[in-house]
Design a protein around this ligand. Sequence first.
Ligand code: GUN
Length: 283
Amino acid sequence: MSAQIIDGNALSQRLRAAVAQRATALKARGIQPGLAVILVGNNPASQVYVRNKVKACEDSGLRSVLEKYDADLSEAALLARVAALNQDPSIHGILVQLPLPVHIDAHKVIEAISPAKDVDGFHVASAGALMVGQPGFWPCTPYGCMKMLESIAYELKGKHAVVIGRSNIVGKPMALMLLQKNATVTICHSGTPDLKAMTLQADVIVAAVGKRNVLTADMVKPGAVVIDVGMNRNDEGKLCGDVDFQGVREVAGWITPVPGGVGPMTITMLLVNTLEAAERSAA
Ligand code: GUN
């Protein structure tokens, strides 16, 4: 039997419609949610990501301000821009697109963003809030994965979730979110000796490695939920995830496609976080 597809585009549409409604309600109170997006240099992938984020804001009634700088912008100048945006009451979210040029310390820049405007959820205060279960901003990609599980009314309590990948942006926060919903969580990574032995025990698998075919059909328990965070290119140059989709869909109960799965959800959760930041500022 073939797995049911969790459609990230359809879910995004529903969530973005709700964001647009809340944005309209805020505007009626004289507040237009505003996101500042900072792009330094001309990394082609970053340019595409940033364009998509700005367009998504426009489509949902959020104001976005795109600030583009040459690759030789100094760290001090970037920190000064962040400081000014922290003080700007018309800006509720600040996103500095990564990667930054090597002469700029990305960690220092992220820590300069006010946690109240950290809609990427990358600040250590945001990471700490997630860890102890306090209100903050959750990183958009794992947050989107949680929304996808919620969309199929999946009960995580009592289930075993295996996260493949331990990045600060996806793997680690993903594990904490699953734990918060009472799943039993295992984090696997490049040093895990027998990945298949782990994934075969999983009711939920989140693949977030950035490598094709990390998860194949023989590694999946029948009926498991498979969430594919990967964004890779196959030999024909087509977008593909970390999961062997054609094989795994024959074993899994639910699966997210690439494209059309986690990707659109990441931008959607950025809109949700920005709206949330604006609502908190108005409270
Ligand atoms: N670069 C790749 N993904 C992201 C993201 O989600 N946020 C930021 N700021 N930079 C990125």
